[in-house]
Design a protein around this ligand. Sequence first.
Ligand code: SF4
Ligand code: SF4
Length: 701
Amino acid sequence: MENFALAQATGTTRPTFWKIGLLGEAVFYYLAAVAVLIFAYGVYDRFSRYTRGDEDWFDRLNDLPGRISRAAKVVVSNEKQFNRDLYGGLMHSFIMWGFLTLLIGTTILMIDMDLWTKGLGRESFFRDAFYLSYSLVMDAMGLLFVVGVGMAIYRRYWVRNHRLWGRHTSLEDDLFIWTLFLLGVGGYVTEGVRILGTDFPTFESVSFVGWFVADVLRLAGVSQGAAVAWYPVVWWAHAIPALVFVAAIPYAKPFHMLSSFANVVTHDEKAGKRLPGVPSDAGPEEIGATDIDSFSWRQLLDQDACTKCGRCSAVCPAKASDRPLDPRNVILDLKQYREDLDAGRTDEKPIIADGGDSVIDSRTMESCMACMACMDACPVDIEHLTSFTDMNRRLTESGQMDANVQDAMMNVFQNGNTFGDPGRKRPEWTDELDFEIPDARDEDVEFLWYVGDYPSYDERNRRVARSLATILHETDVSYGILYEDEQNDGNDVRRVGEEGLYEMLVEDNVAAFEECEFDKIVCTDPHSYNTFKNEYPELAEEFDAPVYHYTQVVEELFRAGRLGLSGTELDYTVTYHDPCHLGRYNDEYEAPREIVRATGCTLDEMPRNRANSFCCGGGGGGLWMDFDENPKPSEERLREALEDTDAASAVEKFVVACPMCMTMYEDGRKTGDYEDDIEIVDVAELVVEALGVDERVKVSA
Ligand code: SF4
Ligand code: SF4
């Protein structure tokens, strides 16, 4: 009977505040207003905190509509969550789409009830066809939400996915996930009790999950009368946690729903590959991370945007090799320190120092290889490397840099190269060639070839330089080098925090380039390629030459038919290692692969390839430092090449396209006892062998 009366009174709809009464309704509105005020204050407090950070060097609010629409696409598609993690992508999509639908649905209901009906005195649109479709969509998306939360619970507590647990895992993580579960399930229980209490109105079958719950309750012996009597209790038991959740959003983990979106909106697409400069008027005491508010507002926002997902930690080669670095912990240590400091729970201390009581230990930052794997994996666009560089700059300014790195920097300062050899020895690698390399200082060339430190001074890499010279010579490319006027490119100098020295190198190199007539720059080393391409133009406006990595030029030669390869010359089984500065930094994955295939080699991929490549351990100054590693990144990578490729026959050659990788892997081959198993070769060396022109290169073994 009650069902009939209800239908008479409301038509095809459901009553809002059924059995709650006027007083209950008033109490609900009061509590809702309090929750919204607490929420609004919390959001204001968070965002106003960021304004105490330093200005960001980069205008992150330019083209705001474009930024917002790009961020909305990233967030709605969940593309970053799907990256290398289908389960995580589906889980997050279900939760997010479900949550957003429930939020939009609740907002529509409020608009109908409070604005449309009570405010404007119009007839409710929350009925008939609208109501039926609304109920169907809300039930379906709510189910998706509960399934997503269930998947998260399964992964966190049952599988105990190692990524999700870390030093900063805390009660807020448990509360967040279980509150979502409670809200999702509570919504269906409330709906089910109402459907049972209103005696299963036929049209309510569109609320198929609520209907199912009502059926289960009936089968469990709950009578219609009991449902009516208990409905207010069930309703409040759902409404109060929902309001508490709203109020708590800015104060705990759910804040990532707002902060991560803001983070994605204000992301610098070139972050990491292009590091921030230091203001020209900054004194020594102001350079780098001097205190928590010396981080920019965006770096503070980074700290709050972290969802503790652990994707960065899972791909970090420093962590994998037992170096004392976990990128998630660094971001969250900084956040915790800031919050403790603000709340008076800790005294002020240095952000970074060598031993002693600092927020981050110097060894932690020295462990970073600047490989950018963490940034690539982070679903909320946290820019680890900008904060890390600020800390490295502080170490440098306070004279606490690793002793080996200090020596390398002193060598660069005094001799223009990390080896400490005189500049006049730089071109000695050319002596063993039986042809002359053109001098770009004396003649106009199409390509100014920046050879780099390692190919110029290191014996093993000199062989690579001679191979590349042979290719350029054999293909009649117009090119030339700077001979002794070349200096270190500064890419890694900048990444270890020596900004002053970096600026000096930019000035010197650009001055040397300006003395020459050329169209393009080609680099042997992806590190040089990166800084010339992405950073030099920021510091030297006059520097606007197109920059290439040599594999890109050789690929062009091959495509133009100038390389003279038929694709059958060699028959090795090889694998290719993507250097971080060529791949992740600059998205060049295919040119080296195409050349390798052009030589006739069978190319087998390691499981971690392209953007998922695993650093050799040499970046970020790693080449000059000693660590107790277990295992060394280079050894682990060689093991991967030998054991984890799908090669039908064993991989014979490990192909690189970076002098630092060459150095690290030649070392890993010895220390890992792989000398009899695999050979390290550069792409250029393979090409020279395929061309059959070894005799042009008088290689000293
Ligand atoms: S840049 Fe590489 S080494 Fe450094 S924290 Fe990120 S993943 Fe780890
Ligand atoms: S920094 Fe990014 S990837 Fe790392 S735990 Fe935080 S949100 Fe996840």
